[in-house]
Design a protein around this ligand. Structure first.
Ligand SMILES: NC(=O)c1ccc[n+]([C@@H]2O[C@H](COP(=O)([O-])OP(=O)(O)OC[C@H]3O[C@@H](n4cnc5c(N)ncnc54)[C@H](O)[C@@H]3O)[C@@H](O)[C@H]2O)c1
Length: 365
């Protein structure tokens, strides 16, 4: 199969985990049990067929550096589970800062925060075209409303597909969807749903309560961790779309959404020593047979960034299938399966079936 040429915006923890995983799975013999992936072979594409051809960042410890070096540079703090990365022929280019830097960053140590490089931004469109990229993967910090739209526009201008792994609403915004459709470029988004993360577990529990006839009265989901994503989200203004994205993803599983005052979902605190380790507490309260109260409490502990890697590998390969098939616009099934805020919500089981049909080719999107 041909290679899948991907450009990345934001060489942070998610990019580091994704690229470590891509290299690690190349080393696993095909006959061995593959742990941690939903699909080793997806439509003929293996994880190792994904090739990073360009990368953009704004941090002074990453811009101008070889990609391999940038992936392990501060403030990245995800677990290094595979360090034998190749010397990618990619130098990280200076991106466009716009609204990506939170005002509160200056209150933290340089080793914990994003620190802007003093360099002129590159032409993202030109770099994309010169690199031969087919897909632009967006890993910008939460709250980068202008920056996310800027890169989505650059993808349109350069003629590449766009995967929006963060919660600025692009694939789920009909205006943006239309632009990608008009250019016949595929679009997946918004806000990646972890492999076994807080959102998918909370959705599954909500569906379970409903299927078993238990009325949910109220619930919360509190998340905390020690990576730059959590530091960034200390600012309530920056995290509003993340809260919305996470909340609507759980509400979508309920026949009757809970009133706003009875559902609280969000990133809740930053604990530096946790680094990329994330803790999630879910509390659900409801009433079962005879109106008798039932309550459930769950604690999830995960390494945050690798938890989104396998899902993203599938999103990339599904986008490549769309490019091979000449499809543009939002890819409904893989967005519903891999993203918290897709253009159309389906239950995770429905979405899984739809994705299988899409990969086989019996479903268009
Ligand atoms: N499991 C997960 O980790 C997960 C799940 C869902 C969504 N996400 C979202 O994915 C995004 C990336 O997460 P992360 O943990 O890698 O974050 P991160 O903070 O580690 O990485 C962000 C990177 O973007 C760079 N950057 C900032 N502004 C930029 C700009 N204008 N142009 C180019 N680069 C810029 C930063 O320097 C940094 O390297 C976040 O929005 C996060 O909420 C992550």
């Amino acid at each position: 199969m041909s290679k899948i040429k991907v450009a990345i915006v934001g060489v942070g923890n998610c990019a580091s985990a994704l690229l470590q995983g891509l290299e690690m799975y190349k080393t696993v013999p095909e006959k061995e049990e593959i742990i941690g992936l939903m699909n080793y072979d997806l439509g003929g594409y293996k994880p190792g067929d994904i090739e990073v051809v360009a990368a953009f960042d704004i941090d002074k410890r990453k811009v101008g550096k070889e990609l391999k070096e940038a992936l392990f540079a501060l403030p990245n703090c995800t677990k290094v589970f595979f360090d034998d990365l190749p010397a990618y022929p990619v130098t990280v280019r200076m991106g466009h800062i716009l609204d990506s830097i939170g005002e509160h960053y200056s209150a933290f140590a340089e080793s914990e925060t994003i620190f802007a490089a003093d360099q002129e931004p590159c032409s993202v469109k030109n770099v994309l075209q010169e690199s031969g990229a087919e897909i632009l993967l967006n890993y910008l910090p939460v709250g980068s409303e202008q920056a996310a739209r800027f890169y989505a526009e650059a993808a349109l201008e350069a003629g590449v597909g766009f995967i929006n792994a963060m919660p600025v609403f692009i694939a789920s915004d009909p205006e943006w969807e239309k632009k990608f459709k008009q250019r016949n470029l595929p679009l997946i988004g918004d806000d990646v749903k972890g492999q076994l993360g807080a959102t998918v577990i909370h959705r599954t529990l909500a569906r379970l309560f409903e299927n078993r006839g238990v009325r949910i009265d109220r619930c919360y989901q509190l998340n905390f961790g020690g990576n730059t994503d959590f530091l960034n989200m200390l600012n309530q203004e920056r995290l509003s779309t993340k809260k919305k994205s996470k909340t609507q993803s759980v509400q979508a599983e309920l026949a009757t959404p809970l009133p706003e005052e009875n559902i609280h979902i969000g990133p809740s605190d930053y604990i530096p020593w946790l680094k990329d380790h994330k803790i999630c507490h879910i509390q659900m309260e409801g009433r079962g047979f005879g109106g008798i109260p039932i309550s459930l409490e769950l604690k999830l502990a995960v390494e945050d960034s690798p938890n989104s890697g396998g899902v993203t590998i599938d999103a990339i390969r599904c986008m490549k299938l769309a490019l091979d098939r000449g499809l543009g616009g939002a890819l409904v099934s893989i967005s519903a399966f891999t993203m918290k805020s897709p253009p159309l919500q389906f239950s995770d089981n429905e979405a899984l079936m739809m994705v299988k049909d899409y990969i086989e080719g019996s479903r268009k999107r």
